[in-house]
Design a protein around this ligand. Sequence first.
Ligand code: ZN
Length: 505
Amino acid sequence: MSRQGRHEGQGNEFEPQRTRRRQRGGTVDGRRWTQIKSRSISAFIRVYPRLIVLFFTLRPPRPLRFSYFFALLVSLAVHSSAQEPNVPNSHPPEAWPAARELDEARLSAAGISVLRDGPLTLVTDLPLSAEIKQLPRVIAAAVPLFAERFDVPPKRAAEWRVQAYLIKDLAKFASLGLLPEDREFSHGLALGREVWLFEQPSDYFRRHLLLHEATHSFMAMHLGGCGPGWYMEGMAELLGTHTWDSQTGKLELGIMPASRAAAPYWGRIKLLKESHQPLSLSAVLSLDNARPMNNEAYAWVWSLAHFLEHHPRYAEVFHKLPMRVTKPEFNTRMQKMYGDDWPNLAREWELFTRRIDYGDDIACEAIGFGPTEELGAQPITVKIDPRRGWQPTGVRVAEGDRLTIRGAGQFIIGREPTGEPWPCEANGVSLEYVGGSPLGELQVAIDDRDSPLDALGGLLQPVPIGQARTIVAPLPGPVFLRVNDSPAKRADNSGELVVTLSRAD
Ligand SMILES: [Zn+2]
């Protein structure tokens, strides 16, 4: 198994019982009883209302009432507990063993250092360079960010500890009993309070992988689980993608790298751009880490988590998911929570997969879907913001309708490195082309949900308008407008374009 070829070949990272049984046989029963007890209590809370109804329906004779009630309580709780569906990657935190104890003198004699600082105990055979020595600061800086993201009270989050093995020579760790039993991994592995990772070819990717495994550990210990495979790995990739300033100690998580140079050896965007077929929403949701996932699968789960994390319309629901990781049918519940927005989400996801690139600004490209009216005899006027991608006009058309679109006004479509603005009108500027069309050009698209995104006149094949043009609607549906720009470069635009739409027949 190549170390470089796959991110993690860990299979399911969540088998604390099996690991414990081998490591500390005697303690299993006590821990399992705790687990069974907590399940029974939660099962009782769920069945309690049903129990009351049943009790009053049966109306047992007075002397037997207490015995009946007790028997019902026990049988229903046990039955409900037995019926509990299997929730992937979910275990009570107390089911994880304590991190193994370290014989530091023995480790030191074998060339392995132990750094204890804040939440991280780092065990490594690498020379203690300045970069390695600051890893505990990175993890300490991550804790309040994890706490905020997973809605864990800061005081509780501060109790979290993780023991990380950063490995160059695997045989050395094996000979000292520092590896998980019967578990192979190609890049990293997390099992509760302990995580393992191989040395990586860049400082960025070493930190990334440590943050990835630390995310698994934090979720396991504070949420009692990590959710289905796509969510577990998606969140770890999301919170692994970072910027770190070693001077100030400032850590940012969940960022979109500005360029390839900002995240050496991370490679997720390159993989997505080279992917033959973008994955649909349902295909990403069914990616399962119970089987080894390849790098491309990690790239897809990262991109979905990143998209949902930063989209102004979909982030609110996404941020509520951590408290649901131990509940069954996570994906179905999530879809229900999005309600009528689910088809919009799937549509925008599809658009995102086609344009994904370094620096992509999801908030700028977010589409404001809303109610529409048929374009009537009266012209309508809308203001188009050059800082945003596709914007709704509030009107819809039928296929074959003739409509005239005019754009008036001047706006700023970019800046020189000196900060000098580039003024622009609806025709765009010919100094730069984006997607084969002039930068700043006014464009129209119709979102017909029965047609593929790349249908002519759809959101991926818009019709150029410029200052004024009469077109025959190539599709039926809601009408959207934008000025042409790269999704990574809208933030420095300003001003607005006033656009009039009218029927031409
Ligand atoms: Zn992972």
